[in-house]
Design a protein around this ligand. Structure first.
Ligand code: AMP
Length: 304
């Protein structure tokens, strides 16, 4: 049983106080898939140009990530994004977004993907996200991510889309924008009323809050000694969260609070590892044992 992941596969240019990389593997679906693959087999849906390097496909393929759904456009260029971080790394300025082949991305799932039970929709146009869910026939758990642009300019489409999701992952400012409430508890109540029974509000370095039915759970952020590059941390969180649930075989109607809480901690674990090196580099050497060790550290440092 696999997890289908849909979203951007990119090259990124990133500048942080610790250095600068002009071009490296990135994209939301890349981070989600790499993180989720520690827990479950992944099937990736995305689009790249013929400049997408063999070594990058090889990295993904070596991690139990099926690339049959990664379309290659002959003569096209892969999506390129560049950003720079402030000194405290809490703010990011986008320097460049060259959509390239991603501008015409219209995800069509290979036949072999359509009966999979798990779906994570990365941040793409809400109508496209809806179209993907409609192509799947045996979903046990589906949800995804969105961003301020879609909340502001595509609100009606977004509301139609998330109405069918089991879970939504967004950051605190987006939750406030979507709900109209600054208070996160109120915001969560309103958003859960829009469809997703499970809501995870991410709070950057401060962790995340899980809302499920009437229950809520506050997960701290892991205290890293040094954050090298936060790019992809939110996506890696999403990958850890859904990857763990898929690996456990959880369905929307039997998702219990204790399992969802563990999923949020695995999300925090994967987000924290992502920040330790530039781009996806930390995932090159990270082992499942490292992941479980940090999970236990989370348990011991939050127990009282
Ligand atoms: P995060 O730091 O979790 O927000 O994710 C950053 C990743 O999102 C980078 O690897 C970018 O390539 C990708 N990205 C940036 N802008 C967009 C966009 N407009 N649509 C889809 N993916 C994007």
């Amino acid at each position: 049983m696999s997890l289908v992941v849909v979203g951007s596969v990119a090259y990124d240019g990133v500048e942080t106080p610790h250095g600068k990389v002009d071009r490296m593997l990135g994209g939301a679906a890349t981070y989600i898939s790499l993180a989720a693959a520690y827990f479950t087999p992944v099937k990736l849906v995305g689009v790249v140009g013929d400049d997408f390097a063999q070594e990058d496909s090889d990295l993904l393929a070596s991690r139990n990530i099926d690339l049959a759904g990664l379309e290659r456009i002959a003569g096209g260029k892969t999506f390129f994004w560049a950003g720079a971080y402030s000194d405290d790394m809490n703010d990011r300025t986008t320097l460049r977004t060259d959509l390239n082949v991603f501008a015409d991305f219209n995800p069509r799932l290979p036949e072999a993907y359509r009966a999979e039970p798990y779906l994570l929709l990365g941040n793409i146009q809400p109508a496209l996200q809806r179209g993907v869910l409609a192509q799947m026939s045996q979903i046990k758990l589906a949800g995804g991510d969105t961003m301020n642009y879609w909340i502001r300019d595509y609100r009606d489409e977004l509301l139609q889309t998330i109405a069918k999701w089991d879970f939504l992952l967004i950051n605190d400012s987006e939750a406030q924008m979507l709900s109209g409430w600054r208070n996160l508890r109120r915001a969560a109540e309103v958003i859960q009323g829009m469809g997703p029974r499970t809501l995870v509000i991410k709070r950057g370095e401060y962790g995340a809050v899980l809302f499920h039915g009437d229950d809520h759970f506050i997960a701290p952020g892991y205290l890293l000694e040094q954050v090298f590059d936060p790019t992809g941390a939110g996506d890696s969180f999403a990958g850890g969260f859904i990857g763990y649930l898929a690996g456990e075989g959880v369905a929307a109607n039997d998702a219990d609070c204790a399992t969802l809480r563990r999923a949020v901690i695995y999300g925090s674990v994967m987000g924290s590892f992502c920040c330790e090196k530039f781009g996806v580099d930390r995932f090159r050497s990270l082992t499942r044992e490292d992941v479980d060790t940090r999970f236990r550290e989370f348990q011991s440092c939050t127990k009282f």
